[in-house]
Design a protein around this ligand. Structure first.
Ligand code: NAD
Length: 371
């Protein structure tokens, strides 16, 4: 088995539609044992380059986690109107890929209902694949209880990095993005005695000496927007762009958009530790500036594997499906936590011995271990 180390993806296809028109791409960055997987993104501005970058990220995630599957990603250019037809066309168009070992799931702008539409149109059920044992439960039964798995892994990365830095007291935490990932990380860290002092959503930043996470979760909608008319007493609000960077804290969790930290705003960062819950959460220039200033970044390819990793565990049939629901969930959370903890520790060990970005060295080591 080899994972491609070359720059070019294994293959990239343009989607023009079958029985209807769509515009998009599927990029398969690498194949392992004939398998690859990744999410499907639907935005008005998605490009082939963006899809390729995200597919490479998937390869890196699976390599770091030691999962025997390659990285892929799909992108559809659309504003989401007429979505039923879009996903029916998408399902017909990617049918040969889905049946050929390329599992496509959900990413930005695509919902579980959309996935159900394109799986149905393609006649694809991930429970069954030629040459692999059948999954004894359906995809939703397996995957839906794992909604907090990404946040769990991001929390483990944060706690591990705090421990490795020798910190023993509570950390003050800012969480940028209060969606599925941000909320789960905030709860995880508060449960372990850390103090959330700032939270940001698309409308701005909320801060206080101590923010009550459960109260904020209760006034947040499904899109991760916090209702400003029901905020707890004594909190400060800011609508300034990127005001989450200015909050005095020890740890910043990035759980929102791509390139949240970039060349223009990196100099404002106050915490010494950044953990990426989002994909490509720091641009290359932003990351270089943060590292040059002596702060630590645990990248998304290490920290946020929960969602992709738990899907890959099922596609590669590693999950002990005979376990009952609670035990199965605990097994997956523990598996993800163990991989994130080990990768975080190894990354920080490399970082301690050299300047610059330690990730390429860790990736090279993991590639070698996998043979
Ligand atoms: N959900 C997962 O399992 C998963 C897995 C891996 C990676 N990710 C990535 O993590 C990130 C968050 O995912 P999610 O599922 O929580 O998304 P979500 O849509 O549930 O929430 C996104 C949050 O970010 C906020 N936000 C958007 N733009 C912002 C901005 N400019 N400033 C501040 N806040 C902003 C939104 O208001 C919302 O609170 C995304 O990059 C996603 O691709 C998610």
């Amino acid at each position: 088995m080899t994972v491609e180390e070359t720059q070019a993806p294994a293959f990239a296809v343009h989607l023009n539609g079958s029985g209807g028109a769509i515009k998009g791409w599927v990029v398969v960055d690498s194949l392992v044992d004939g398998l690859a997987m990744g999410g499907t993104r639907m935005t008005t501005g998605v490009t082939e380059e963006e899809v390729a970058g995200l597919a490479r990220d998937m390869t890196d995630k699976f390599t770091l986690a030691g999962l025997r599957i390659g990285g892929a990603k799909a992108g559809i250019v659309s504003d989401g109107s007429n979505r039923e037809e879009t996903f029916r066309t998408f399902g017909r168009t990617v049918k040969p890929l889905l049946h050929g070992g390329i599992h496509l799931g959900i990413d930005m702008g695509v919902t579980p209902a959309d996935r159900a539409v394109f799986f149905e149109e393609a006649g694809y059920d991930p429970r069954f694949r030629l040459g692999a044992p059948d999954m004894p439960i359906d995809w939703r039964t397996y995957y839906e209880p794992l909604i907090d798995c990404t946040g769990h892994g991001v929390g483990v990365a944060a706690v591990t990095a705090l421990e490795e830095s020798g910190r023993t007291e509570s950390a003050r935490v800012v969480v940028q993005g209060f969606g599925a990932v941000g909320r789960a990380v905030a709860r995880f860290l508060e449960d372990r005695g850390h103090i959330v002092v700032g939270v940001a959503d698309v409308q701005g930043t909320i801060s206080a000496d101590r923010l009550p996470v459960a109260d904020l979760v209760a006034i947040t909608d499904e899109f991760g927007r916090i209702d400003r008319s029901r905020l707890p007493q004594g909190v400060t609000q800011s609508g300034e762009p990127d005001a989450w960077l200015d909050v005095d804290a020890d740890l910043l969790i990035l759980a929102a958009q791509k390139h949240a930290i970039n060349a223009d705003n990196a100099h404002r960062l106050r915490p010494r530790l950044v953990v990426e819950g989002g994909n490509l959460a720091s641009s290359a220039e932003g990351k270089a500036k943060v590292l040059a200033a002596g702060a630590t970044i645990v990248p998304g390819v290490i920290a946020n594997i929960g969602g992709a990793g738990s899907a890959a565990l099922a596609v590669t049939r590693v999950v002990p499906f005979h376990l009952e629901a609670e035990a199965r969930k605990a097994w997956v959370f523990e598996w993800v936590g163990d991989r994130v903890r080990q990768n975080t520790r190894d990354l920080l060990e490399i970082a301690a011995g050299r300047a610059g970005d330690p990730l390429p060295e860790l990736l090279a080591a993991r590639r070698k271990e996998r043979g």
